[in-house]
Design a protein. Structure first.
Length: 274
């Protein structure tokens, strides 16, 4: 201990390069259109929350909520604070997406971002704050074409389309590189695509999709969430068989005009899952 104390007394952190640290948050929810007919289910869409930057760099461009990590907070704490300050929406559970450290990702200098994914079960209204001039939910879709990923974000008449190429660096880590000019600020299209592909992979095996729903739900609602994220339709009987080990009946029945009553389920707690 004495030798370490002497070492620290002579240690000068200023002798080393210190990149700045930021955080970005990909916040998802499933939104739906209002329907005038109780006999027709409203269309539901996966959406991601973006802000319009009010300051340089990338002023007036849309971006993920996020910002610099303060000296007195952890990276996850910074993610929650920044999202709340810029959008009015407070994330709850965060899932780590990855670190983004491209040498030219930020024109201000050497800045490394830690990205998180968050899922909301309700459609919270976004309100711009701090360095954001606007905030809003964008419908998100991803398709593969000619070996590339086409990321599309749509909010009313505003549409962004990014084409990205899968890349593997010398360490074997996978990333996604933009093919063309930026529609979004920084490398946020790369962060969004990384988060979305992780979400889609987890949804295939019933990971994270329960977070889009209230504590009690019908199997049809759960199936629809999975189909929206994976963009794959399921035969109801096959879906019920696959999901059976992840859910349990609550004993309650759903109600609602124009719909037959259906059994309500809840997520089976982890220790009970086979």
């Amino acid at each position: 201990m004495e030798s370490e104390k002497k070492f620290l007394e002579g240690y000068n952190i200023e002798s080393y390069d210190r990149p700045s640290v930021t955080t970005d948050v990909v916040i998802y929810t499933i939104r739906q259109d209002d329907s005038d007919s109780f006999r027709k289910d409203p269309e539901k869409r996966l959406s991601v929350l973006l802000i319009e930057r009010a300051e340089h760099p990338f002023k007036n461009k849309w971006a993920l909520p996020g910002g610099f990590v303060r000296m007195d907070e952890t990276v996850p704490d910074a993610a929650i604070r920044e999202a709340k300050e810029e959008t009015g929406v407070k994330p709850s559970a965060l899932v780590y997406t990855g670190v983004f450290s491209g040498l030219s990702r930020d024109p201000r200098g050497r800045i490394i971002s830690n990205a998180f994914t968050c899922i909301l079960s309700n459609n919270e209204k976004a309100t711009a704050g701090t360095d954001a001039s606007n905030a809003g939910w964008f419908d998100i879709s991803v398709r593969e074409e000619d070996g590339q990923y086409i990321l599309t974000l749509k909010k009313d008449e505003l549409i962004f389309t990014e084409r990205l190429q899968k890349n593997q660096d010398t360490s074997g880590m996978t990333s996604y590189i933009k093919c063309g000019d930026n529609s979004l600020a920084f490398d946020h299209s790369e962060i969004i695509l990384t988060s979305f592909l992780q979400l889609r992979e987890k949804a295939e095996s019933f990971g994270l999709i329960f977070d889009f729903l209230p504590p009690e739900f019908t199997l049809a609602e759960l199936q629809r969430v999975q189909e929206i994220i994976t963009d794959k339709a399921s035969v109801p009987a096959n879906f019920r068989r696959k999901v059976s080990e992840y859910v349990e009946e609550t004993g309650n029945i759903s109600g609602g005009a124009g719909h037959r009553p259906a059994m309500l389920y809840r997520r089976r707690v982890k220790e009970d899952v086979k």
